[in-house]
Design a protein around this ligand. Structure first.
Ligand code: PHE
Length: 347
């Protein structure tokens, strides 16, 4: 019996040493310590022993059981640790692998130019204001001294919302002049960028939606000199000190006198020719039209409750896309709205 116990112990220890998984260990526990296991089988023979031998064998059997149990626990812990280690190794993150780069966008080239223009005017003391794109004909036309029947009010040029032509998509940012003057007292110094709409087919230089930037300055003693100063400053900042400007008489119903400002063509330097060919940038004109401007008409001031005897002011309106095209040297307006990232990524 003593030999049997010693043998069980030896077999159990060897088997336990080699077991690696919790399942294998459980199998060995049943085999050696279970109800039908090897040790139990030996203990069942205790009855055959003499009364003196029984406690000795009993003690020995218990000692073997304890040793096997201890080894079993030790191996279980080892198997558990090994399993955990394997799991961790399998799940390990390699923090040295370069990450997937996130493509960061940037401001649209048109908005880059808008931001630059806004910054320049804010630097000159202008306040940026915003207004409705769905506008009353009263503000878009009538209060700007554009009478009923004026060709610019025609249904073929303007998107109207109703049959009596009282509500429309603004065709210019000039109604912002009225909205500001009706609500503020001079001195007034604002810049109003925004979308405008006209019934134009889209081509290289036209789009049914485009952007304008309106400027308005009203105070005592404001003259055409102030207008020229502000606009020439802007253009030289945008296009460089060497940029050459000219002011040409024009007509707008809401300014008197009115003018347009042109910039000398940077390609042909005003000659209208490049290598004996008609300049493609200015179409041989030598100048490129940039904006409309003028001194606010006394009738418009009066209509907004501002005394034209005391106050005067200037207004200007420029096309943002045109400015952006000149800055970025692109020749087709549609590129600005297509949102083709191959184009946009160049800026
Ligand atoms: N609103 C005019 C246009 O769209 C431009 C303009 C603005 C002219 C302000 C004079 C003063 O053509």
């Amino acid at each position: 019996m003593k030999e049997q116990l010693a043998q069980i112990k030896q077999q159990a220890m060897e088997a336990l040493q080699q077991a690696q998984t919790p399942a294998q260990l459980e199998e060995l526990r049943v085999r050696f310590l279970g109800k039908k296991g090897a040790l139990t089988a030996v203990l069942k023979q205790m009855g055959k022993l003499s009364p003196e031998e029984r406690p000795v064998m009993g003690q020995l059997a218990n000692a073997v059981r304890a040793e096997i149990e201890e080894m079993l626990e030790k191996q279980k812990a080892a198997a558990h640790a090994a399993a955990l280690e394997a799991k961790l190794a399998a799940e390990a993150l390699d923090v040295t692998i370069p990450g997937k780069s996130v493509a960061l966008g940037h401001a649209h080239p048109m908005n880059q130019v808008l931001q630059q223009i806004k910054d320049l005017f804010v630097g000159m003391g202008y306040q940026i204001v915003d207004g409705p794109e769905v506008e009353l004909a009263d503000y878009n036309f009538t209060k700007l001294n554009i009478e009923e029947g004026h060709p610019s009010r025609d249904r073929s040029d303007t998107f109207y919302f109703n049959d009596d032509d009282t509500v429309l998509l603004r065709t210019q940012t000039s109604p912002m002049q009225i909205r500001v003057m009706e609500n503020a007292k001079p001195p007034i110094c604002i810049l109003a960028p925004g979308r405008v709409y006209r019934k134009d087919e889209a081509d290289a230089t036209h789009s049914p939606m485009f952007h304008q930037i309106e400027g308005l300055v009203i105070d005592e003693h404001i003259t055409m000199g102030d207008l020229k100063g502000a606009l020439v400053t802007l253009m030289k900042k945008l296009y460089g000190e060497e940029a050459v400007m000219r002011f040409r008489p024009h007509h707008f119903p809401f300014t008197e006198p009115s003018c347009e400002m042109d910039m000398q063509c940077h390609k042909c330097h005003g000659t209208g020719e490049v290598d004996g060919q008609v300049c493609s940038t200015c179409h041989g004109e030598g100048w490129i039209e940039l904006l409309g401007a003028g001194m606010v008409h006394p009738k418009v001031l009066e209509g907004c409750g501002i005394d034209p005897e005391k106050y005067s002011g200037f207004a200007f309106g420029m096309g943002l896309e045109r400015m952006a095209m000149r800055r970025t040297r692109i020749n087709d307006l549609r590129l600005i709205f297509d949102n083709d990232v191959r184009f946009l990524n160049q800026f």
